[in-house]
Design a protein around this ligand. Sequence first.
Ligand SMILES: [Ca+2]
Ligand SMILES: [Ca+2]
Length: 170
Amino acid sequence: MKKIRPIGVAMGIAALGILLPTASAQAQAPAQESVGVTANQCATVLADPAHRGYVLAYDGTYCAYSGYLGRASGDDSYWGNDQGGFKGRADDKASSVVNAGVANGWGIVAFYSQSVGDGGELCLGPGDYIDTLATDRAGKLQKFSNGAPADNNITSHYWVRHCSSQNFGY
Ligand SMILES: [Ca+2]
Ligand SMILES: [Ca+2]
């Protein structure tokens, strides 16, 4: 006898839920922000159709949006001036990069430690990203082909068919 009453109450709540679909949808929305945890945004950036054909760079690791430095569908011979997709404040700042280019024969991005393709080279294939330029996946210092550290050191980039140094990120 006592079980009948709770069932009746539950049915009443279910009926109310049908009348309040928006409240139900809000309750199901997942929480996107995690306090104290740095989310890796690089894969999200790569998957965004709006970025297709571009190379993007971020001041912080994991492509944190707050550190967005710019993007370019063409070459940029000097990230330290106001020409091209990367402006002056982008020079020697990048700590994560995304190659959202297409594999059309010129889909590799070659980053250089100095302007106009001078200095060491670090390549990144299309559809790939480096979320931490400071270290490779083994935790070792990630470098340009000339041994210079890659983090906070990119100064120019070119789209290339082949990576002449074969020094790919990670
Ligand atoms: Ca940085
Ligand atoms: Ca540099």
